[in-house]
Structures are given as structure tokens and as C-alpha cells.
Ligand binder design. Structure first.
Ligand code: CP
Ligand code: NVA
Length: 310
């Protein structure tokens, strides 16, 4: 069918390493043009629909501003005030929305919702975060790592805290780019390999002690203890995660030049100490900014395919 030819970005490993290398090359150019205030409008008359079933600052802003900067338009749709929130089937919404716009981004709960939407969409669909994955975040994160430290291949990333959507996506990225992830979670919050979309991977190792996990790391990263949708567990998680705060003492076990990343929003004094997120190893603001540039390259690629570098 027609749908099978459309390229979507639903999980990190939907793209090959070569495709990411191309995206990074485009990102560098797009970022440079943007910084020089040069107009680049390849997507005039194109429209992005953004469906949000969860809160967002960075994802909404970067997609909306990014689409505008490429000469197109973006429409924000919340499940709170569309028929999606009143039980209209995802398949019907996909058929209708994809007849009116050129590309769709969705942030929702179960990954299956995004998969079903994409299966009935006439246009490319981007995962803007599900309970299981956050692929756009990790494109920005790896681009940021490369800007600071060069290739990530062969490096070690330490993931401390909850084995959530962002962690699962790092694990997929480790397969694609051939680097190692040291994961340290409290007992009961370990990686679920099937949920992470991982089958027989050799690219990650689990550590009971976070201090062991960060030894020799080139990058330490963490995320909120309670992700969106899990708010009922907040107090229990605060107790269970108390030993998994990334602080200066923990960072002292990494490589000297190790970076710190956090997808944000952050909770100082919970998953990360202020001294770390506001300290010299932290690249969280570059990381947030690069969501904009990498996603512009992603949208350009999904809509226009490969271009010769301008
Ligand atoms: N990191 C991230 O996706 O942030 P938002 O939830 O603000 O979009
Ligand atoms: N793991 C977090 C990421 C937010 C960007 C969440 O799902 O809430």
C-alpha cells in the first residue's frame, strides 16, 4: 500500500547510522544558517500538526519554531480540546489529519498509539515522546556530544536513575552508533529489554551501584524520577531513588572531561544536584537548543529526502 513507502521516525532505530550522519551534516549547516540570520525556507506552504497528550516546553517550542524557520507552519493540537480526547479512534484521526497537513508529530502515552496513527497516516509521523521512547531527544543529545567531544562511537555513557523512555532510547542509540551504556537503577526499576526494543544487545551493562556505573564514563546523564503519567508513584519513587542523585561526588568518578546531560525539565536536589547541572561539565542548555536544529534537519529529511548540501 501507499503507506508503506512513507518514512516515519517512531523509534531511534528506525534510522540507520548513515541516515543520522546525514542528519548531523544537515543540522550543522541549518544551525549555522540560523545563527547568521540567513533565510532558509524550503518548506513554504507545508504544515506540521503537533498532537500533545502530555505537557511540553522544549518539544513544542522546537518543532513549532523550527517549522516556522523553515518557511512552514505548525498547528498545536491538544487531546484536551480535540475529539481525540473524547474517544475518536486514533485510526480515524490519522486518516483525517494526514489529509490536511504534510507531517505530524505526536506526544502521547503508549507507543502503540503512535504506531497505529502512523499505520493509517498518509504523511510522515514523528514520535515526540511516548511512555517507551523519546527518539528526538537522543538525536539532539548525540549531536551535542559530537559538538563537544567528537564521535560517540566506542565511548561510555552512564545512565543513572529510572530506566524510562529516554533511557530506552539511549540503549537503542548505543546499538546504532556502537557505544556502551552503563545503566544504574534502583532495584525494581531495571531496564526491560523488550520494552526498550532491544533483543540480545551487547551494548549495555547494569550496575547496582551508581558510583561503579559512572567510572570511566565520557557522559553522565539522568532524568526525572517520576515521568509524566506516573505521578501517583512520586513519593514512593523519591524514597526508592534517594541514592541515585547525580552530585559532584558521583561526577568525581568519571573521566575528567566527562559531560553531564539532562533532557529537562530537571529537579535540583532530586535526580541532580545544582552543583552538577549548573556546573562546568553540564551542557544541558546546548542540549536543549540542539533539539531545534536537529529536528529541523529531521523534518527536512522526512519531507524532502536527501539533498545535496547547500
Ligand atoms: N526534553 C523534553 O522533551 O522537554 P519537554 O517535555 O519540555 O518537551
Ligand atoms: N522521562 C520524562 C521525559 C520528559 C521530557 C517523561 O516522560 O516525563
Amino acid at each position: 500500500t501507499k503507506n508503506m513507502q512513507i518514512k516515519h521516525f517512531l523509534q531511534f532505530n528506525d534510522f540507520s547510522r548513515e541516515e543520522f550522519e546525514y542528519l548531523f551534516e544537515r543540522t550543522r549547516w541549518i544551525k549555522q544558517e540560523f545563527k547568521q540570520y540567513r533565510r532558509y525556507w524550503p518548506l513554504e506552504d507545508r504544515t506540521l500538526a503537533m498532537i500533545f497528550d502530555k505537557h511540553s516546553t522544549r518539544t513544542r517550542l522546537s518543532f513549532e519554531a523550527g517549522m516556522h524557520q523553515l518557511g512552514g507552519a505548525a498547528i498545536y493540537l491538544s487531546t484536551r480540546d480535540t475529539q481525540l480526547g473524547r474517544g475518536e479512534p486514533v485510526e480515524d484521526a490519522a486518516r483525517v489529519i494526514s489529509r490536511m497537513v504534510d507531517i505530524v508529530m505526536i506526544r502521547t502515552h503508549e507507543h502503540d498509539i503512535v504506531r497505529r496513527f502512523a499505520a493509517h497516516s498518509r504523511v510522515p509521523v514523528i514520535n515526540g515522546l511516548t511512555d517507551e521512547y523519546h527518539p528526538c531527544q537522543i538525536i539532539g543529545d548525540i549531536f551535542t556530544f559530537i559538538e563537544h567531544h567528537g564521535s560517540i562511537t566506542g565511548k561510555t555513557v552512564a545512565w543513572i536513575g529510572d530506566s524510562n523512555n529516554v533511557c530506552n532510547t539511549w540503549l537503542q542509540a548505543a546499538e546504532v552508533f556502537d557505544f556502551n551504556v552503563h545503566v544504574s537503577t534502583p532495584r525494581g526499576y531495571e531496564v526491560e529489554p523488550e520494552r526498550a526494543g532491544l533483543y540480545g544487545t551487547s551494548h549495555y551493562e547494569e550496575f547496582a551501584d551508581p558510583h561503579e556505573a559512572v567510572k570511566g564514563a565520557d557522559l553522565v546523564t539522568t532524568d526525572v524520577w517520576t515521568s509524566m503519567g506516573f505521578e501517583a508513584e512520586t513519593e514512593e519513587r523519591k524514597r526508592d531513588f534517594a541514592d541515585f542523585r547525580v552530585d559532584a561526588e558521583m561526577m568525581s568518578h568519571t573521566r575528567k572531561d566527562a559531560l553531564f546531560m539532562h533532557c529537562l525539565p530537571a529537579h535540583r536536589g532530586e535526580e541532580v544536584a545544582a552543583e552538577v547541572i549548573d556546573g562546568p561539565q553540564s551542557v544541558v542548555w546546548d542540549e536543549a537548543e540542539n533539539r531545534l536544529h536537529t529536528q529541523k534537519a529531521l523534518i527536512e529529511y522526512l519531507l524532502l529526502g536527501r539533498l545535496d548540501n547547500a
